[in-house]
Structure formats: structure tokens, C-alpha cells
Design a protein around this ligand. Sequence first.
Ligand SMILES: [Zn+2]
Length: 456
Amino acid sequence: MNHRLLAHAEQTTRRIAARALRALEHHPRQVTAAIAAVLLGGGGGAFAVANFGPDAAQVPVREVVEVVQPLPLAAQVEALDLQALRLFRSDTVRSTDTVETLFSRLGLNDAAAAAFVRNDAVFRTQVMGRNGRGVSVEADGQQGLLKLVARWVPDNDGTFKRLVIERGYDHKLTSRVETAPLVATARLGGGTIRSSLFAAVDDARIPDEVAMQMADVFSARIDFHRGLRKGDRFQVVYETLEADGEPMRTGRVLSAEFVNNGKTHSALWFQEPGKKGAYYSLDGKTLASLYLASPMQFSRVTSGFAMRMHPILQQMRAHLGVDYAAPVGTPVRVVGDGTVEFAGWQGGYGNVVHIKHNGSDTTVYAHLSRIDVRKGQRVTQGQNIGAVGATGWATGPHLHFEFRVNGVHKDPLSIARNAEGAPLTAEARPAFDKLVGAMRLKLNAAANLATVASAE
Ligand SMILES: [Zn+2]
């Protein structure tokens, strides 16, 4: 046995351990981020992947050191000599990154590889400058690049691209782009509202998109803009679209339970064969409504603004609408299908849009900074028709919204509550009930997770 080699091996092992320790010190808490999505076995097969949410902005930084299998000492020494160690490291690109700063965070010190990626057209366009994009590398013990992988989702066609830059046995670097299907996995989450819904989802590491979807799902039952209470709580099961296990996008909310002001509301996504999918309460009542309860999507921006009354108009006459305070430019959406009856300037209303939904129902959206529709145009529920402004008699930027039935002003929330969409058919009921059983288990698991998290 060669003593010098042994000493070398021992040193290398010590170096691996030191590196692993350093890695743990730098990124200690990432391990806890992996939520028990494993709990979710069956029951998910009925769902199709449909909604692609916005890019997952932040991919957690991960750092893993390969576990080395114990080998006979001679083989071990040989293995260490051949490929002393492979270090796996991941990080996310920052918009200000140069190849050097990115490589240095990834623990690489490899001038030849830096030159190679700088000349790689795909790396230049799909990695550099792409804030938040994940990059993972394998490096050797001399901080040389062995393999680099970056993934992204170019379209909503259910696939992702994978850039692989790899050093071959001849030590030459090659670059290739592969296409592979995204995999939908179900995740659980839950939380309690202490200050706001967005603070609660932040605490639970649930994406914003999930909070916004929940607000839409329950919009006819819960007023997310004005009716949330401290102590309200929720559990949710939602899809995450993954590329090689890396979360890329938020998919659809599959089921949720929301306790608002002591009352429990539940929702389950269900699609009857040959029909459009929709949300139902767990007892089978439809949650779909001909009208959305709010013309403003519940978001981080709109949720932070307290609702105010309308001082100028109020002095002129009784206030006949609902005011939503929000920054100029916040999108305004139409609450139901219909036709644009008026789009233009109208005295105290400023820029205003009137939508006729049927023989009796009209909605009005006033003080807009911008109008995106024309008179006579058909619009569909949820479509953007303009943006919040302060035109006409408005002391500050807000949306003034009215719901009129035969010319008489009504409360939009009670209208939304009473304008139910199509109910579940009798034929679909057995399949629906089976799904409810599976979902209850998952929601209970989410509730337990939330309890554990809040006890920490
Ligand atoms: Zn108003």
C-alpha cells in the first residue's frame, strides 16, 4: 500500500467533510422547505394540468454533497484519484450577474468553462440576465466544471427546456438543449391569518398565485377585500409543475377549505367528462357564479389598501356603489359575460365603462385611467376592461363599481352569491363523492401540517 496515496486520500476526505460543513453553514434551513408532498398518493389522477401560473420567482438555493459509498480502500483511493469528488451546487441567477459572479457563487473557478459558456448562445440568452432562474452544477475537487444544467418553461404546452453543458471524457465541453414534460405534483399548505392573507401564505411558503386563486374560488362566499378576520384559517391542496423535481410554476388549486369569521367554506376542482371543470363545495354545490364578487383581482397590491368612501360624490347624493382603493394602473376586470354599452367620459364618473350582461343587469366601472374596450364589444367574465385611475370626481385613485338590476343599485356580493352557475349532474355524483373522500384526507393532513408549523 502506498502511504503517500493514503495520506492524500485522508486529506481529500477531510476536505470533502469541511466543504460539506461549510455548505450546511451557508444554507442551513433549506432542508426544512421540502413539504410533505409525499403524503399525496392517489386521488390526483382525475385532474388535468391546465392553468400555468407565473414563473416561480424564487427557487430555493440547494447545495448537496454526494454521499460516497464505502469501497475497499484500494478502490477508494483509485476513485478519489480519478474523480476526487463531485460537488453538486445550485443557485439562482441575479439580473446583475456576470459569468464570473455566477460561477463564484456556484463554487467554480474554471476559466476555460467560463469562456465556453460566455460563447454559448443558449446560455447567453436563457441564463444570463434571467433573474431567479435556477442553475445547478457539478464540479470536481479543483473547482472545475463537470456539468451545468439550467431549466426553463418557454410556453404553456406542458414541457420545459433543459440546457446541459457537460465535460466529456476527452475533457471537451459540449452544450445541448433537451425538451421534457413538466410533472404536476400536489402540495399541501395551510395557515392562519394574523395580519393579512399574503402574510399568512408567506409564513407557510405558499405561492402568491395560490392565494389569488383561493380568493377567486371563494369570491362569491367570502369578501377577501373587506371581510377577512384575524384568526381566519385555511388549508389548500394545489399543483406545482416541476422540471426534474425543481418547482417551475404554480398550477391549479385542487381543493381548499377556508374558515372565515367562524364559518367553514370548502372547494374542490372537479371536471365532468366532456365539460368545463369548475369548483364545488365538498357537499356538491357549485361555487361558480355568473358574476365575480369583485371587479379587482385580489392581489398583494389591492389587498394592502383599505376601502374608503367617496367624499365628493357622497356630498352630491347617496353613495350607490362600492369603492376599491388601489394604485393608478391596477387592472379592472369585468365581473360577468356581456357587451360594452358605453365606454368613454361621463361627468363625475370620468372615464367609465358600462357593461350590459342581459335584459336586466348592468355593471359600471368608473374613474378609470385607461379604457381597453370599445362600445359594442363582447367581453367575458374576468377580462380586463381598463385600469384604476382618478378621473372625474375622485379625490384619489380608486375604482367606483356599481351593479344595477333594471336600473336599481344592488350589492354586488349578494348578486354574486345568488347567481349560481350550473350544478353538478346526478351522473357525476358518484365520481365526485369519491374524490371528496380522497381530498378530505389531504385537507386534514394540510391542517395538521399548519398546526405543527404554527407550534414551532
Ligand atoms: Zn364611489
